[in-house]
Design a protein around this ligand. Structure first.
Ligand SMILES: Nc1ncnc2c1ncn2[C@@H]1O[C@H](COP(=O)(O)OP(=O)(O)OP(=O)(O)O)[C@@H](O)[C@H]1O
Length: 288
C-alpha cells in the first residue's frame, strides 16, 4: 500500500487545521501517527478515510484518490475515537454490516476476538461501556483485513490488560498478515515499541517522519551552558529549544553528523519526551 499526500491543506471555518503537508507512506508497516492535542491528526485521518474533503491538495492510495471513491475506501478501515457504530444495532448486526462493507472481512477472527474481549454479540451498542465500545472498534479494525487499518486512540476505557491484548494482536496480525497499520495515540511510552516508522504533526504541519532506526541514530538532546550548546549545534536542524535555570536544552536532528563541544551533555530523546517538548513549545507560543 502506498499513501501519497501532496500539498494538503484543510481549513474549518475559523481554523487552518492542516497547512500544506506532503509525505508518502509505504507499507506494510506499523506507523505511529503522533502530535499534541489539536495538531491535526484526526483531521488528516478523516481525509485519508475519505470522510471529509481537502481544502487544497490531494491524497491518493495506490494512485487512486480517496475522496468519493468507494472502491478505494473498502480497503481502508478507520476506527475513530468514538461514534463508530449505530446505537440501536447489536454487536452481531454491527459486525455483519461491516462484513458486507469490507471485501476481505475475516468472520472467524471477529468471532474469536469477541471471546477474547468477552463481548456478547446479542448486546446492543447503546448498552456498551466505553471500554467495550473500544473493544468492538478493535475487533472491527482487525477483522476488516483492510490494506490500511487506522486506529485513532483505540483504547479509551480499556484497562492495561486489554491494552496489552491489543498490542499483542497488532504484532500477531502484522506477522501473519502484514498490512499498513496507522496508530494514533497519546499513550506513547506503551505503544512506542510497536512503531516501525513515526510521523509527528505539529501545529498542522508535518514536523518529522522517521523510521525508528533513524530516530535512535539522529535525534539527540544537547544540554549545557547556552553558549556552549549554541556552538555545538550550529548548522543542525533544531527541533526544540528551552532554557531553564541557565541550562539550555536543544533537541536536534544530527543527520549523521557527530556533535562535539566542551561542557555539553548528549542524551537520547524518547518519543514521549519529544511530545512533551512539542506540547510545551505550543503552550509557550500560545502564551506569548
Ligand atoms: N469540525 C471542526 N470544526 C472546526 N474546527 C475543527 C473541527 N475539527 C477539528 N477542528 C480544529 O482543527 C484543529 C485540529 O484538530 P484535530 O482534531 O485534527 O487534532 P488532533 O491532533 O486529532 O487532536 P487530539 O489529539 O486532541 O484529538 C484543532 O484546532 C481543532 O479545534
Amino acid at each position: 500500500m502506498k499513501i501519497e499526500v501532496k500539498n494538503v491543506s484543510k481549513s474549518y471555518r475559523h481554523k487552518e487545521a492542516l497547512k500544506n503537508i506532503s509525505f508518502t507512506i509505504e507499507g506494510p508497516k506499523i506507523i505511529g501517527f503522533l502530535g499534541h492535542n489539536g495538531a491535526g491528526k484526526t483531521t488528516f485521518l478523516n481525509l485519508l478515510s475519505g470522510l471529509i474533503s481537502t481544502t487544497k491538495g490531494n491524497i491518493s492510495v495506490n494512485g487512486e484518490n480517496v475522496f468519493n471513491v468507494p472502491l478505494t475506501l473498502r480497503d481502508i478501515c478507520f476506527v475513530a475515537e468514538n461514534e463508530n457504530f449505530q446505537e440501536e444495532m447489536t454487536i452481531a448486526q454491527t459486525l455483519k454490516a461491516n462484513s458486507f462493507f469490507y471485501p476481505k472481512w475475516d468472520g472467524e477472527l471477529a468471532m474469536e476476538l469477541l471471546e477474547v474481549f468477552a463481548l456478547n454479540p446479542k448486546d446492543k451498542v447503546r448498552s456498551l461501556s466505553k471500554g467495550m465500545m473500544s473493544a468492538l472498534g478493535i475487533i472491527t479494525g482487525f477483522a476488516s483485513n483492510a490494506g490500511i487499518t487506522i486506529f485513532d486512540e483505540p483504547y479509551i476505557g480499556l484497562d492495561v490488560a486489554a491494552r496489552n491484548t491489543f498490542y499483542d494482536l497488532l504484532i500477531e496480525q502484522q506477522t501473519d498478515n502484514p498490512r499498513l497499520f496507522i496508530l494514533s495515540t497519546h499513550l506513547i511510552d506503551e505503544a512506542s515499541k510497536l512503531f516501525e516508522e513515526i510521523l509527528i504533526l505539529h501545529e498542522g504541519q508535518l514536523m518529522l517522519q522517521k523510521t525508528v532506526e533513524e530516530w535512535h541514530e539522529n535525534i539527540v538532546a544537547v544540554k549545557g551552558n547556552p553558549s556552549d550548546v549554541e556552538q555545538a549545534i550550529s548548522g543542525l536542524k533544531i527541533i526544540y529549544k528551552h532554557t531553564f535555570m541557565q541550562e539550555l536544552t536543544a533537541i536536534v536532528f544530527t543527520d549523521g553528523q557527530s556533535i562535539e563541544g566542551q561542557n555539553i551533555m548528549l542524551e537520547p530523546v524518547s518519543l514521549q519526551d519529544m511530545l512533551v517538548y512539542l506540547s510545551k513549545q505550543q503552550k509557550e507560543r500560545a502564551i506569548k
